[in-house]
Design a binder for this molecule. Sequence first.
Ligand code: SF4
Length: 183
Amino acid sequence: MTDWHKLALEKIAKQEELPEDKIRLSGPIEHDSIVNGDGLRAVLWTQGCPNHCPGCQNPETWDYCGGMVVPIDDVLKQLSELKGQTGLTFCGGEPFVQPKQCKIIADYVRKELGWDVWSFSGFTYEIIKEYGKEPWEFLKSLDAIIDGPFILKQRDLSLRFRGSKNQRLIKLEYGTGKILSIE
Ligand code: SF4
């Protein structure tokens, strides 16, 4: 594990100080999105990112004290009122710095709304698995992850749902985190 990853994981530990019944978001919940995964999707924009990728389109989401703290019950209510969505995607920011909160929301939309769940992450699948604990538990609640940092030199606008060639669309087996396919 590199120093860069150690720093990122220390940030994850820091973010766990947020009460589990609240989540820090960078903006309002989106809906009817067709650019953040298959189907018609709601999108949750999380706040706080340790990755600081040069060329990031959302640098305002990096600050751990930015955005707004929202009760998770309010998020669930808003999501349950949306019509016609087939899934939820976590974007950021870095969703995996708030893994407990994201897992609660992921479990709710799967069980109560019948949606599938995707997440972006600047961490790779392997780093999340190696770290274990809450980030791995959140990953196991997903159907797909788009992993890895955005690398400006590898930018490719032709990729589905991704910004740079190093990023992978990984379909997962729900409940185990096992890789089903990699694009
Ligand atoms: S991981 Fe995403 S939000 Fe974070 S710096 Fe990289 S591109 Fe921006």
